[in-house]
Design a protein. Structure first.
Lengths: 114, 110
């Protein structure tokens, strides 16, 4: 498995501002994922971040709103830009450590926008 | 379109009895199924998985059953313990992408 540290654990932000969430893994991994969990909903994949290439975004998510960096094999960031109350969610990063292996998750960032 | 569904948002069970959590899916291309457990303020923690070529996988008190013809997955916990109280998510994989259900909140009553 992998140990994943995610920062911040929670934040309260003003409308129109941006927040960058960091995800650090204790081992090198090829694939990192960013999810959103809105209240009462399932985990929804935002994008897949592979080191050395542009992130791949799922339908409904765009790079201008959720820019992602993946500078090396142990670190990634997700920025939530120009936030509105609809962005209030838990944001989670996860990693896949190998084929036929489960994804492992960080503890998430609980984001509230006023 | 929700490809993985957990139709029971909550479940209460007496300590020592069996907990059965259910999950239905729509896509026959899923090849790997998982259950995660989530405590408040923590990320989901992997619990148990099953490949699509099997119909049962057991790990201690946890057993996952897969019925491919019915596109149905279930998690059995026996005996249930108060520490099992959490939200349980089922997930299914296609390619590298995982699809999650909406979760079932299990309460084990001492």
């Amino acid at each position: 498995s992998a140990v994943i540290s995610q920062k911040p654990s929670r934040d309260i932000c003003q409308r129109g501002t941006s927040l960058t969430i960091q995800c650090q893994v204790d081992s090198q991994v090829t694939m990192m994922f960013w999810y959103r969990q809105q209240p009462g909903q399932s985990l929804t994949l935002i994008a897949t971040a592979n080191q050395g290439s542009e992130a791949t975004y799922e339908s409904g998510f765009v790079i201008d709103k959720f820019p992602i960096s993946r500078p090396n094999l142990t670190f990634s960031t997700l920025t939530v830009s120009n936030m509105s109350p609809e962005d209030s969610s838990i944001y989670l990063c996860s990693v896949e450590v190998g084929g036929n292996q489960p994804q492992h998750f960080g503890d998430g960032t609980r984001l509230s926008i006023l | 379109d929700q490809q993985v569904k957990q139709n029971s948002p909550s479940l209460s069970v007496q300590e020592g009895r069996i907990s059965i959590l259910n999950c239905d899916y729509t896509n026959s291309m899923f090849d790997y199924f998982l259950w995660y457990k989530k405590y408040p303020a923590e990320g989901p923690t992997f619990l148990i998985s099953i490949s699509s070529i099997k119909d049962k996988n057991e790990d201690g008190r946890f057993t996952v059953f897969l019925n491919k013809s019915a596109k149905h997955l279930s998690l059995h916990i026996v005996p249930s313990q108060p520490g099992d109280s959490a939200v349980y998510f089922c997930a299914a994989r296609m390619g590298f992408q995982f699809y999650f259900g909406t979760g079932t909140s299990l309460t084990v009553i001492p």
